[in-house]
Design a protein around this ligand. Structure first.
Ligand code: ATP
Ligand code: MG
Length: 310
């Protein structure tokens, strides 16, 4: 046994719970925290999301991957109430939450971060954190209203914020404007801020995008910590090394649909997945991985038709 394996008990449990599942899109999970059915979102003539059925296993780190334009961000927006579906329903912890506004979804314990960070640049780091306690409705709420929403819990909230800032090594930046942070630090702040509501399900949209290598390991560590702390993570990511490193299960979207599911290594060797990526002329990293795995994908390259738009 490797020395670090004893540190990975939550990962072992998550992997074991998923090990024997059929590798099928929409497969039922032993203990789903999120279940979505028939979720459709159209933009004019384009069907951006068309998910028949998908379940997210509690306590696991699940990656949602797929080429540019596959509908991953739109699906996140729908599930968390930031966008409205044309059809469909979903449950979080057994409760139907379609139509519930984002701040209420967050207060129920389901939070998300954004592909382009939404830290408020003209507020300080600690102010951003305190705002997180209101469940991500800061963008539209005045400071005076926020104080009322805290309803006398100000000290508790500030203590929690300071604990999280220390954990994410942002305490030295406490009084700095968020606008003065680097891209990677903003990603960290956004993740820390999302934890202010003590969530059960944390949804991260490209947490590593634009993060410099010095912060990459730290971010990876923080995501793994969430699982160790008993949280469920669903994250969108294009960096296949990260996906392989931290995810227990991978769900693949292409052209709005779930096209494959399984453990990272199996999914990345799945020809349907490779086709979807090559068809989109993006994310050559996956093609490279396919080559490493000894798969001949040259034929598929010639057969593709341009696939998903960006
Ligand atoms: N508000 C919108 N209006 C019109 N079309 C949209 C809108 N939002 C997304 N789309 C389209 O829906 C499709 C899915 O977009 P989405 O951003 O969800 O993809 P994605 O999988 O997150 O891609 P990426 O990996 O590039 O972030 C794309 O074709 C996109 O152009
Ligand atoms: Mg996206």
């Amino acid at each position: 046994m490797r020395a670090d394996q004893s540190m990975n008990t939550s990962r072992d449990a998550a992997v074991a719970a998923l090990a024997d599942l059929p590798r099928e899109p929409g497969v039922s999970k032993p203990d789903p925290i999120l279940i979505a059915d028939n979720v459709v979102r159209r933009f004019g003539g384009l069907t951006a999301v068309d998910v028949d059925h998908v379940e997210v296993q509690r306590g696991a780190i699940t990656a949602l991957i797929g080429p540019n334009g596959a509908g991953k961000t739109t699906f996140f927006n729908l599930l968390t109430g930031f966008d409205k579906v044309d059809e469909g329903e979903w449950t979080y912890n057994g409760k139907a939450i379609q139509g519930v506004p984002p701040y209420k979804v967050a207060r129920m314990g389901m939070v998300r971060t954004f592909q382009l960070t939404k830290v408020l640049t003209r507020l300080t780091v600690i102010e951003n954190m305190r705002l997180g306690a209101t469940g991500q409705r800061g963008e539209r709420v005045l400071p005076s209203v926020i104080r009322a929403l805290w309803s006398g819990q100000e000290r508790e909230i500030t203590e929690r914020a300071d604990d999280l800032l220390r954990r994410f090594k942002l305490d030295a930046k406490r009084e700095d404007f968020a606008g003065s942070l680097s891209g990677g630090q903003r990603k960290l702040l956004e993740m820390a801020r999302s934890l202010m509501v003590n969530p059960e399900l944390v949804m991260l949209d490209e947490p590593m995008a634009g993060v410099n290598p010095a912060l990459t390991q730290s971010l990876l560590g923080h995501v793994k910590d969430l699982r160790e702390l008993g949280m469920t993570v669903l994250f969108v990511e294009h960096d296949m090394d990260m996906v392989r490193d931290i995810s227990d299960w991978v769900i693949v979207m292409a052209q709005g649909k779930i096209i494959a599911e399984g453990p990272p290594h199996e999914v990345m060797a799945d020809t349907r997945v490779i086709d979807a990526y090559l068809g989109a002329h993006h994310d050559q990293s996956l093609a490279e991985i396919a080559e490493e795995e000894g798969l001949d994908v040259a034929g598929e390259i010639l057969d593709t038709d341009g696939g998903v738009q960006t």
